[in-house]
Design a protein around this ligand. Structure first.
Ligand SMILES: Cc1cc2nc3c(=O)[nH]c(=O)nc-3n(C[C@H](O)[C@H](O)[C@H](O)COP(=O)(O)OP(=O)(O)OC[C@H]3O[C@@H](n4cnc5c(N)ncnc54)[C@H](O)[C@@H]3O)c2cc1C
Length: 439
């Protein structure tokens, strides 16, 4: 059985050498570019390169940037390998799809955000026996400890027509494609009444009042996993915007401009799929999984691979009741930080510590300046408290940027957003985009 987070001190499964392993790989071991003058990470003395253990982090999302920061603070040399070199604030994608937020506000080049080495590389395999990973170009990257934070993608159930005609909001391409499709659609059908689905429906109805929005959820309630009072309030807010909420109904088929439900009804509109996410653990085949996510012990290590840790959506972190933590940015941030500390400890020959993850609550921004939130014992749902959730949502994002890279990251992100917006304007005018900004 997987030990619960917060249980007793784990014992390393095999002796961990007190010195970092030598790096005999094809990728050169480069210096941390800005040790000693980080943007908000505190000033650490520059370390002797030969003595600085290498922590590799695969994935530069919420968990990855926090792992990098923590590993750096705990005496390691972190290197982030990310498939596209961008940090995505996925929590903003519902607002991007609805047309409220600019895509430039939801993505930032990782190199502008974190003060560690970033390599744009898609990792295809972990060679745990050799303490290295292999990327899609065949290059090998050695590590003293590895943190996998490869996240999740939209699940693809075998619903006829979904792959061909459905949209999702899991990545920048999906959110911008839905945004473009919505600009000429008369209706939107959102499949899935969890946090992502209610956000997409709420944001779309708030941003485009003429749009006919239908939200379909197979269970008899919205927001499963959140307190029923919040779910009722979210339902009332959506209904007040004219959203047709259909509980106890599942998606049966998708057509180019309509969805068919399991009761045979045909609902006009383009389809946004928010019915589930699938973790992306494929770089570590054969590792034990729970609900498709990598099983981790109390110190966030993958069983049988004492130098490999996992955090964020890809990891099945067990909670105090034996269930698994939600796929959420909040869990990813906390687990990423804990994994970064433990990776640095393992790389330095120290035993890792159990990860104590604090969850303060849940926030669902429904657009239009309203939402629902649970903060500790407090439910922020009844008016006028429902106005606090969007403010909290924004504050959490800004805090994340601050913790990822300090004031410099906040400033660079805002500058990046400005560059991105002017780039979008330039693109609309047929002018070339700046080479440094993604998308
Ligand atoms: C529309 C939407 C709204 C959401 N709203 C909220 C919210 O309000 N609150 C909340 O708490 N959560 C929210 N979430 C969930 C939250 O975004 C995720 O839980 C969070 O992104 C998980 O972080 P992560 O670091 O594990 O993974 P991700 O953020 O998905 O990052 C994974 C990174 O790994 C990279 N990667 C993947 N595979 C490889 C590979 N093989 N090699 C190299 N790099 C790789 C990817 O490019 C990506 O950069 C929302 C999600 C969506 C889609």
């Amino acid at each position: 059985m997987t030990p619960a987070a917060g249980s007793s001190q784990p014992t390393p499964e095999k002796p961990i050498p007190t010195q970092p392993t030598p790096h005999a790989a094809d990728t050169p071991r480069s210096r941390h570019p800005t040790v000693g003058k980080g943007a908000g990470w505190g000033t650490l003395p520059a370390m002797d390169d030969a003595a600085t253990p290498r922590v590799l982090i695969v994935g530069g999302g919420y968990a990855g940037v926090m792992a990098a920061r923590a590993a750096h603070r705990h005496g390691a040399d972190p290197v982030v390998l990310d498939a596209d070199g961008a940090h995505e604030l996925r929590c903003r994608y519902a607002a991007v799809a609805a047309g409220r937020d600019d895509i430039a506000d939801a993505t930032a080049p990782l190199a502008d955000l974190v003060d560690v080495e970033v390599r744009t590389a898609r990792v295809v395999a972990v060679e745990a026996d050799h303490d290295r990973v292999v990327d899609a170009a065949g290059a090998r990257h050695p590590y003293d400890a590895l943190v996998l934070t490869t996240g999740a993608s939209a699940a693809a159930p075998p619903v006829p027509g979904l792959a061909e005609h459905g949209h999702d909001v899991h990545d920048a391409a999906g959110a911008t494609a839905l945004r473009a499709a919505l600009s000429e659609a008369a209706g939107l059908v959102v499949a899935g009444g969890g946090p992502t689905g209610v956000q997409v429906a709420g944001e779309a109805a708030a941003a485009q009042p003429g749009l006919a929005v239908t939200l379909v959820e197979p269970l008899e309630r919205l927001l499963p996993g959140m307190p029923p009072a919040l779910a009722r309030r979210a339902g009332a807010l959506l209904a007040a915007r004219g959203i047709d909420v259909r509980l106890g109904r599942a998606l049966a088929a998708v057509e180019p401009r309509a969805a068919r439900l399991d009761d045979g009804t045909r609902v006009p509109g383009i389809l946004a799929w928010a019915g589930g996410f699938a973790a992306q653990p494929s770089v570590l085949p054969g590792a034990p999984r729970r609900d498709g996510r990598l099983v981790v012990d109390a110190a966030l290590r993958v069983p049988g691979r004492p130098r490999v840790l996992a955090a964020g959506d890809v990891a099945a972190v067990v909670d105090a009741r034996g269930g698994t933590r939600a796929m959420s940015a909040q869990v990813a941030v906390a687990a990423g930080a804990a994994a970064g500390v433990n990776a640095a400890r393992i790389a330095r020959g120290l035993a890792p510590r159990p990860a104590a993850l604090r969850e303060l609550g849940r926030v669902v921004d429904l657009g239009g300046g309203r939402g629902v939130a649970q903060v500790g014992p407090l439910a922020l749902a009844a008016p006028p408290l429902d106005r606090l959730a969007p403010l909290l949502h924004e504050a959490i994002d800004l805090r994340h940027l601050w913790r990822s890279g300090g004031l410099g990251a906040l400033r660079r992100h805002r500058r990046g957003a400005t560059v991105g917006r002017s780039a979008a304007r330039q693109a609309a005018n047929g002018e070339p985009r700046p080479a440094s900004y993604p998308g």
